[in-house]
Design a protein around this ligand. Structure first.
Ligand SMILES: *Cc1c(COP(=O)(O)O)cnc(C)c1O
Length: 378
């Protein structure tokens, strides 16, 4: 099945009972038992719900996994995966990881005895240098947020497996349309489905797919025990979102390339970060491990004041947190998504006050470019 067919035909098609072509929203918390323990496969909706199950089969198939799991947010997915670790364990993790991921590790998991070393995982030597006797997992985000750094998933997987470590990949930015970490050797892939998978800025959710039955059993146990699951309506919205994932990603990709080239040529733009640009340090690697570069572009406007002037002028780019939806969004990571990272550390990472992050939507590229042009030229 080709990718565009897959987003329509993967997972569970419609409803056998009625012939409905969409999976119904099973808005129920519990299920009638014929006798004690005699069920139709469902007994309580924290454990399993048919609408959520359809979504879980879908993400499993899109990510070429053994099993899929849905969560109430990307952070719930990430936290549930990190609960595979025990007190005393250590992980190596991408340094410019999503701000909330940094926070939950630094403020919550650290308190529970799980330590982490944040390194630039686009440099394999730095990953290898950070491993200790206590390391149990490597956690990657690629491309990263907001600097779009690229890590070699296959090489990292080979290294992780030589050392007996788990490889976890946050695939939110690349989407299961462009990049398949499990096929490159990762053990667990996860998403903030709030972003491209939902795609319409109307649902908060997370998804996980795993490569083995053993991991499926462990994550399934944590999912049911902790209970950070989405409701059936949100699960249904994600199934609906996936149906247009291919169309959206193709349009977003085409727009993003044009906009990155426009920004690159503009005299007021200090630097552009987009893996689709040839000078981007991860360009060749991105091309080899994913079928697209995605719709995130960051650029340095020079200063916080310049960034503020631009924000005040743009019309089609909505100032908002989040990314990956049909409408283009603009943000200043230093004061928004990455504000929870201390300033000295932000500066160290290159997340300057003038750094602007664009999430490209599916509008007409000419309008988006004209909008940025009038805001920059002013
Ligand atoms: C948004 C995001 C998350 C967190 O997901 P929520 O759905 O907001 O909880 C994790 N990773 C990445 C890369 C994200 O962009």
């Amino acid at each position: 099945m080709k990718p565009k067919t897959k987003v329509i035909h993967a997972g569970i098609f419609g409803d056998d009972h009625t012939g409905a072509v969409t999976v119904p929203i099973y808005q129920t918390s519990t299920y009638k038992q014929e006798a004690v323990g005699i069920t139709k496969g469902y007994d309580y909706s924290r454990t399993a719900n048919p609408t959520r199950h359809a979504l879980e089969v879908l993400i499993k198939e899109l990510e070429y996994g053994k099993a899929g799991f849905a969560f109430g947010s990307g952070m719930a997915a990430i936290s549930s995966v990190l609960m595979l670790l025990n007190s005393g364990d250590h992980i190596v993790i991408t340094d410019d990881v999503y701000g909330g991921t940094f926070r939950v590790i630094d403020k919550v998991f650290k308190r529970l005895g799980i330590s982490a070393t944040f390194v630039d995982t686009s440099d394999q030597k730095k990953i290898e240098g950070a491993i200790t006797e206590k390391t149990k997992a490597i956690y990657l985000e690629t491309p990263t947020n907001p600097l779009l750094k690229i890590t070699d998933i296959k090489k990292t997987a080979e290294f992780a497996h030589r050392k007996g470590l788990l490889l976890i990949v946050d695939n939110t930015f690349a989407t299961p349309y462009w990049q398949h970490p499990l096929q490159l050797g990762a053990d667990i892939v996860l998403h903030s489905a709030t972003k491209y998978i939902g795609g319409h800025s109307d649902v908060v959710a997370g998804l996980v797919a795993v490569s083995s039955d053993e991991l499926a059993e462990k994550i399934g146990f944590i999912q049911n025990s902790v209970g950070a699951v989405p409701g059936p309506q949100d699960a249904w919205l994600l199934i609906r979102g996936v149906k247009t994932l291919a169309l959206r990603m193709e349009q977003i990709e085409a727009n993003a390339r044009k906009i990155a080239e426009f920004l690159e040529a503009h005299p007021k733009v200090v630097k552009v970060y987009y893996p689709g640009l040839e000078h981007h340090p991860g360009h060749e690697l991105a091309k080899s491990q994913a079928e697209g570069f995605g719709g995130m572009i960051s650029f340095d406007a020079g200063s916080g004041e310049a960034a503020d002037r631009l924000l005040a002028k743009v019309q089609y780019f909505t100032l908002a947190e989040s990314l990956g939806a049909v409408e283009s969004l603009i943000s200043v990571p230093a004061r928004m998504t990455h504000a929870s990272i201390p300033k000295p550390r932000r500066e160290e990472l290159g997340i300057t006050d003038g750094l602007i992050r664009l999430s490209i939507g599916i509008e007409d590229a000419e309008d988006l470019i004209a909008d940025l042009k009038q805001a920059l030229d002013d």
